[in-house]
Ligand binder design. Sequence first.
Ligand code: HEM
Ligand SMILES: CC(C)=CCC/C(C)=C/CC/C(C)=C/COP(=O)(O)OP(=O)(O)O
Length: 276
Amino acid sequence: MTLVVFTGLCGLLAAPGHLHPVLAFTAILCIAIGAGAAAALNQWYEADIDAKMKRTAGRPLPAGRMDRQSALHFGVGLSFFSVLLMGVATNWLAAAVLAVSILFYVFVYTIWLKPRTTQNIVIGGAAGAFPPVIGWAAVTGDITALPIALFMLIFFWTPPHFWALALFVKTDYAAANIPMLPVVAGEVATRRQIWFYTAIMAAAAMAPVLMQLTGLIYGVTALVGTALFVLFAFQVLRHRETDPSRMKPERRLFKYSIIYLFVLFGAVVADRWVLA
Ligand code: HEM
Ligand SMILES: CC(C)=CCC/C(C)=C/CC/C(C)=C/COP(=O)(O)OP(=O)(O)O
């Protein structure tokens, strides 16, 4: 959620034009409330699955600190509130994209794809790629090449981010009967898919440079950051280990994926504000 809100903030700060600071703060608040509401609905739908996994068993619903109906009301209420407030405070394009991302996370990812296919996070993961587009649209009322490029970067970043983690928490997903890639296709296939999506992600990371949408700070940061990402993904590709306690390269890639996105998005903003 922190990174989702941060990428939304970067989309907002990188956009040309001016938004009153109170309205800019409201826009970011709406992304945070919308993302939280979507997560509440995810947990409402998955309460029984969450109870079966060590990582999620302590959440309010499986742990019995909240009843399911309250979670549903909370999620639906805050979803409407965030979209309406976004529309009133900024514009209805930003509100519409926020609504699409909430609906995508709940219906396309959580309800439709997650229980059915190993590609669940590839397509469903798009939900997490919308925030920079929302931030940008809140300022400009428009969606141009740079926010689309930032969407593509998060979209292709999500598979290596999640599958690196899935490799070492595989048993959890198996226990809950969720068809995550390492559970269904095995570890070697997962390592290959991580490598495949990392290659596309690397192209997506360099696209804003080649299209001259960003400046020198992003260019250098993306080049160095992506080279490291590719190196760590290559180590994961070559690693032949099935014991989760010995999956060091996989843990490294997962942790690094998070730092990577923080730093690249920070660089997009630095280009606009430092080099302006
Ligand atoms: C379908 C897409 C995604 C899936 C399935 C996924 C899954 C996960 C899971 C299971 C964790 C571990 C959480 C835990 O330890 O309890 C995690 C951590 C994390 N994810 Fe994702 N993720 C996805 C997309 C994203 C996106 C789009 C972002 C941000 C742009 C993101 C940012 C993070 C961060 C920052 C953490 C670390 C949280 C922490 O350790 O406190 N993820 N992700
Ligand atoms: C602006 C907006 C509405 C954004 C919301 C979308 C969002 C939070 C996307 C991130 C995707 C994500 C964290 C998935 C977690 O997967 P999971 O639900 O399978 O994780 P779990 O196993 O922890 O339940």
